[in-house]
Design a protein around this ligand. Structure first.
Ligand code: ZN
Length: 385
């Protein structure tokens, strides 16, 4: 009898282990859809600001966390032991992100909607559904005499910056997008994609051409950080800027440097700053890297808010263009800064995203709206139309 039970147990165990060892029908490379645990070893302190009163909007700062859905924010909030600089925003809204021809967006169609006020096709950047160029908030602000900036951690010809500075029906035509930079009037441009400007099939050196257009062209942060020139074109990497651990505080410093340069203009300014690599970490299902990117983004938000509080005439908007990875926060401990999370896709999801607003005009960003409303609200507050 004992022998029979033992045989039965062996059979049951072997069938269980057989199920477990069968090849998984799972497309995810990194984690095979398993729960991921992470504990944040070094939480940071957050700042506290008061909403200014009695002044009109002079400047607008739009900060985009690429792929930073509400779960990404929630996970970062727990991992930083129950606090983020994002907690300071007095107004929040809910934004829908679908494109003209596809429910689940990419950064191209999402960025185009926010930059130009038009929903366009999946993978289009800065053009309408017929491929026609449409002016962006950067173009319209520059025409009105405002100073403008785009500062990103990705390549400059990557989707989000391209929607503000260039235009193409296919975001993959990056060498064509680079040519459009010869038309932009933006004052401060910083990111990567160097090879799209100087190792091109047509053998043109667009960095030299940008210098001829009056831009101070740089290739390192060291040579950029003290510049006072009115036009700065900083292309710091062949591809994207490195991830947060290697990047250090470069993006934070660049954002604050850009603000100090733009603020010299009495007409005001419009700036788009993107924490671009939050999205990559979502695609990779890499929670530690994802947290590093959001912490860098949120610490920059803290510095921007402190500057905006002193200024009193600056509207700061923080939002995501879409969610990446279908992240779910399953467990965790706030006091330990630990989280347990899981991803459901290696692409983007269609969950609506949050919009955070601070400063004069911030109340316009509460409620539920389309991503095109970002363009409409900003252009109306800055009298661009
Ligand atoms: Zn993505």
């Amino acid at each position: 009898m004992q022998k029979l039970s033992l045989i039965l147990i062996v059979i049951i165990l072997s069938s269980v282990s057989c199920q477990n060892s069968s090849p998984k029908q799972n497309k995810y490379e990194n984690h095979e859809n398993e729960n991921i645990s992470f504990t944040n070893p070094s939480p940071y302190d957050i700042i506290s600001v008061q909403q200014p009163t009695g002044k009109a909007v002079k400047n607008v700062i739009l900060m985009i966390g690429d792929g930073m859905g509400l779960t990404q924010v929630s996970t970062a909030w727990v991992a930083n032991r129950g606090k983020l600089n994002l907690d300071n925003f007095p107004y929040t809204g809910v934004m829908r992100t679908y494109t003209a021809n596809k429910l689940i967006t990419d950064s191209g169609a999402a960025g185009t909607a926010m930059a130009t006020g038009q929903k366009t096709n999946y993978h289009s950047v800065g053009v309408d559904i017929h491929g026609n160029d449409i002016p962006s908030l950067i173009d319209l602000s520059a025409e009105k005499g405002l100073s403008t900036a785009v500062v990103v951690t990705c390549g400059l010809t990557d989707a989000t910056p391209a929607t503000f500075l260039a235009g193409n029906a296919d975001r993959n035509n990056e060498e064509e997008l680079a040519l459009d930079f010869l038309q932009t009037q933006a004052n401060y441009i910083l990111g990567g994609s160097r090879t799209k400007f100087n190792k091109r099939e047509d053998e043109r050196d667009l960095l030299a051409e940008m210098a001829q257009r009056g831009y101070k062209v740089t290739s390192t942060w060291e040579e950029t950080k003290s510049l006072q020139e009115e036009k700065i074109f900083a292309v710091l990497e062949d591809g994207q800027l490195p991830l947060a651990p290697e990047r250090g505080t470069i993006w934070q410093e660049a954002v604050m440097h850009a603000i100090s340069q733009l603020d010299k203009n009495d007409n005001g300014f419009f700036a788009m700053f993107e924490g671009s690599r939050i999205d990559d970490c979502g695609h990779w299902h890499d929670i530690p890297a994802l947290m590093g990117e959001i912490f860098d983004f949120d610490q920059t938000i803290g510095q921007v808010l402190q500057w905006a509080e002193k200024d009193g005439e600056t509207l700061v908007i923080v939002l995501a263009d879409h969610e990446t990875g279908g992240l779910t926060l399953l467990d965790g401990q706030i006091d330990a800064g630990s989280v347990v999370a899981n991803f459901s896709t290696d692409g983007h999801s269609d969950i609506q995203v949050l919009v955070y607003a601070y400063g004069p005009g911030a109340e316009a960003f509460s409620g539920t709206f389309e991503n095109t409303a970002i363009f409409n609200k900003i252009s109306s507050l800055l009298n661009l139309k």
